[in-house]
Design a protein around this ligand. Structure first.
Ligand SMILES: [Zn+2]
Length: 319
């Protein structure tokens, strides 16, 4: 699917960048101008051979003004070696030499970044974080990622893995997590864990006739959010409890960093104020009051465009 935006009339030559977000099932790419505006975008399913696919997308979006390509990947990116270590939702052999392979295939400078880091940078430059110098971003979807912008720069840690807020421990006796730890925030507040908790509850209490969810064989976290928006008591309770878990994590981040802004994105935040309000309520209950008072907690603005825009902006600013 190729969407062309109306042609922009420009009197001076423009520097453009291509930003691409690869998720477990989709490739979302955009031609982005130097101010972070999307000029053209493209969405495809993930092919078996990722490097030729991405090279083809770059070719389709490329204009003479394109200077570099930014790629956002679900997984950890080692900044010293530019290799993907621990990819999430994608086989390792598909992505480990993405940087080298795509550089050779396109002849362009390629910058590789973790998807939450890229989305954070997008929000920081043109979205909900615009105008701030320091922010913490959380992406709450199939997994929970995080990223830190300090003094206007993405802070990636000693080897590129900073911000993994989804793997802070919420329950010392909790469920095993994909990371090897147990009781991580991700095991109770990610989209799949909302479905799991809802299912457990419905199994225990089959008289939950209050909930239309119980009548469905399969449902997703989006269904829970939708039913909550329709006023379903059970779905509302599930969303509120999720907000409580997320708020507990956010309170720790605020106490640790005394950060000026928290930006919350990802599919789980599609529940809007139904989830944002319990998050803020829980943070207020748990964080140091002066830290809480100094922090603004807001929803992300760019949605699924955040990661491709952020990847393009990182490619713009990386050299
Ligand atoms: Zn974990």
């Amino acid at each position: 699917m190729l969407r062309r935006r109306p042609a922009v009339v420009m009197s001076t030559p423009q520097n453009n960048f291509i930003g691409i977000n690869v998720s477990g099932d989709h490739v979302r790419a955009a031609l982005v101008d130097e101010h972070g505006a999307i000029l053209e975008s493209k969405i495809e399913g993930v092919a078996k051979e990722l490097i030729p696919q991405l090279a083809g997308i770059v070719q389709a979006l490329r204009t003479p003004e394109v200077h570099a390509v930014g790629i956002a990947i679900p997984g950890l990116v080692n900044r010293q070696t530019d290799r993907v270590v621990a990819p999430r939702d994608l086989p390792t052999n598909m992505v480990e030499d993405l940087h080298g392979g795509l550089t050779r295939a396109t002849g362009l400078r390629v910058e590789l970044e973790n998807d939450a880091n890229a989305a954070a940078y997008g929000e920081f430059k043109v979205g909900a974080g615009r105008g701030s110098r320091n922010l913490f971003y959380m992406m709450i979807g199939n997994g929970i990622g995080g990223a830190l912008i300090l003094d206007g720069k993405l802070w990636t840690g000693a080897s590129g893995f900073a911000g993994e807020v989804g793997h802070i421990t919420i329950d010392t006796e909790g469920l095993d997590c994909v990371c090897g730890n147990r009781g991580c925030l991700e095991t109770v507040a990610s989209a799949p864990s909302i479905v799991r908790r809802a299912r457990e509850r419905l199994n225990r209490d089959s008289t939950s006739s209050l909930s239309r969810l119980g009548l469905q064989k399969s449902f997703t976290a989006e269904d829970v959010a939708h039913q909550a928006n329709e006023g379903d008591d059970f779905a509302l309770m599930m969303i509120e409890r999720t907000g409580k878990y997320i708020g507990t994590g956010v309170a720790s981040v605020i106490n640790l960093l005394n950060i000026e802004k928290i930006v919350l994105g990802g599919g789980v935040m599609d529940a809007g104020s139904l989830i944002l309000n319990p998050i803020i309520h829980e943070v207020k209950r748990r964080a140091f009051q002066p830290c809480f008072d100094a922090t603004e907690i807001v929803a992300a603005k760019l949605g699924l465009d955040g990661a491709p825009i952020g990847a393009a902006m990182l490619a713009r600013d990386a050299h």
